[in-house]
Design a protein around this ligand. Structure first.
Ligand code: ADP
Length: 497
């Protein structure tokens, strides 16, 4: 009888559960899915919160539905978890109830704390130890904020009466009915508290960020049994055998397991994670150093960079300026032009990330003539995806990362064949889109299957052939386009200052 893995994908906008069958040939196939949307709370400008109790109840409900759909608990061998990263939860050890709403990764409330630490000159030390820059994005300042905001929490934390964790910790704690307080190494690598080399909490950083060790989870590997689910939840206990943060889980899902493999998820924004091998690479381009995964004590390191506006530029053309009525139209409109007509769109709606790091930059369109029409805007928005990807890949190369072999892609925008070909052309790299798109959940399922020995390694195990785009643009054309893009970026930066 084939065995199933229950993969929990706890994301920013929804909680999902997917049952994966581990087939005879060791490939994984999804057989059932359930999803529940998650309420977003915006109590002040720049603040974003989730209700951790709602996250738990939605997780439980989707898991129960998937177990039922897939034929009952006895068919399952293990649970794997992947989650929105950096989001911080504080809860009461005795009651199991959250003591505050969870602070979501996007939340900027601790910007002043990070800025002060930056002024005090702490960034080089933090970056050298953790791979991360100083930014409110990461969990440590959020943990400290929670301890200060909830009356008595600091004192109780020192006594181990209240607990801190990211969403993976919270879910494991609830699933095991309080028996396991753990976090996997990839989630821990996003807190600013973990030493990237030793994969352990660092006392000097715990002091700097004012987070007591007594309240923190134990760090575990990504494919090891860290606890068993309470039998009361699903009718039988299941080992929790795999866990990784969402972007790292997608890296594993794609099978980007060797130095030089990379994946980029093109959704609202875009997240690039590049496998750099067995040693961390220090970035001088302000990419993030992070853990790709840690399995059986062996770590694969990664560099990460994000594009703030990717698919959101297409959303803006649709919802903001009404040049298209459906995102899918964008492909034919772009293809309908013989070239970009010299029009570039810099989607700096919320500033520009790596390698520009201009938080105050804003969007710009340059090169308009009387011939320019909606199709030029659409084409320029799609081309911008490729130029921004190229900027990230150039930053990777400047950091001495291994040469990129293939770029694996997923996310809503990858439905657009024009954009994917353009990425291949501008980045001079082969682009591969798997036939099965749920790379994040697949990664967690693979880790859990490995954790209980149903598979022997994390290799891709893909059965259906991917869609592939190979570079075909000539060098002169590419250089001309990149020159135009760089001028456009400078214009966006100059206009903002
Ligand atoms: P997220 O997980 O960030 O919500 P998705 O992976 O669901 O994002 O992708 C949604 C994004 O993809 C939207 O920004 C949308 O504009 C874009 N998108 C969807 N289909 C297309 C298409 N055919 N061409 C270009 N962009 C698209």
């Amino acid at each position: 009888m084939t065995k199933l893995i229950l993969a929990i994908d706890q994301g920013t906008t929804s909680s999902r559960a997917i049952a994966f069958e581990v087939c005879e040939d060791k490939s994984l196939k999804s057989v059932a899915i359930s999803q529940i949307e998650l309420a977003q709370h915006f109590p002040h400008s720049g603040w974003v919160e989730h209700d951790a109790a709602e996250i738990w109840s939605a997780t439980l409900q989707t898991c129960r539905e998937v177990v039922r759909k897939a034929g009952g608990i006895n068919r399952f061998a293990a649970i794997g978890i992947t989650n929105q990263r950096e989001t911080a939860v504080l809860w009461d050890r005795a009651t199991g109830e959250p003591l505050h709403r969870a602070i979501v990764w996007q939340d900027r409330r601790t910007a002043d704390v990070s800025a002060r630490m930056m002024q005090d000159g702490h960034e080089p030390r933090v970056q050298a130890a953790t791979g991360l820059i100083l930014d409110p994005y990461f969990s440590a300042t959020k943990f400290a904020w929670l301890l200060d905001a909830v009356p008595g929490a600091r004192d109780r934390a020192a006594r181990g009466e209240v607990l801190l964790g990211t969403i993976d910790s919270w879910l494991v704690w609830k699933l095991t009915n309080g028996a396991s307080h753990v976090t996997d190494a990839t989630n821990a690598s996003r807190t600013s508290l973990m030493d990237l080399k030793t994969v352990a909490w660092r006392d000097d950083l715990l002091d700097l960020f004012k987070v007591p060790k007594a309240a923190l989870p134990r760090i575990v590997g990504c494919a090891e049994v860290s606890g068993h689910s309470d039998p009361a939840l699903f009718g039988a206990a299941l080992p929790i055998a795999g866990s990784a943060g969402d972007q790292q889980s997608a890296l594993v899902g794609h099978g980007a397991l060797n130095p030089g493999d990379a994946k980029i998820t093109y959704g609202t924004g875009a997240f690039l994670v590049a496998n750099v091998g067995a040693e961390p690479v220090a970035s001088s381009s302000r990419l993030l150093g992070t853990l790709g995964y840690s399995v059986n004590g062996v770590a694969a390191y990664a560099l990460e960079g994000s594009i703030f506006s990717a698919g959101s530029a297409i959303q803006w053309l649709r919802d903001g300026v009404g040049m298209i009525s459906d995102s899918r139209q964008s492909e034919a409109m772009a293809q309908g032009l013989k070239d970009n007509g010299g029009v570039y769109l810099v989607p700096g709606f919320t500033g520009l990330g790596a390698p520009w790091w201009e938080p105050d930059a804003r969007g710009a369109v340059i090169g308009l003539t009387r011939d320019s029409g909606p199709a030029h805007f659409v084409r320029a928005a799609l081309e911008a995806l490729a130029y921004q990807t190229r900027d990230l890949l150039d930053a990777l190369a400047a950091d001495g990362a291994p040469r990129l072999k293939v770029l694996k892609v997923d996310g809503g925008v990858t439905a657009n064949a024009f954009a994917m070909q353009f990425v291949a052309d501008i980045c001079q790299v082969t682009v591969e889109r798997p036939a099965f798109q749920e790379m994040t959940a697949l990664g967690a399922a693979k880790l859990a299957a490995l954790g209980v020995g149903l598979i022997e390694d994390l290799d891709a195990h893909v059965t259906e052939a991917p869609a592939v785009w190979t570079p075909r643009m000539d060098a002169a054309e590419r250089d001309r386009l990149l020159k135009g893009w760089r001028k456009a970026v400078q214009a966006a930066i100059v206009a903002a200052n």
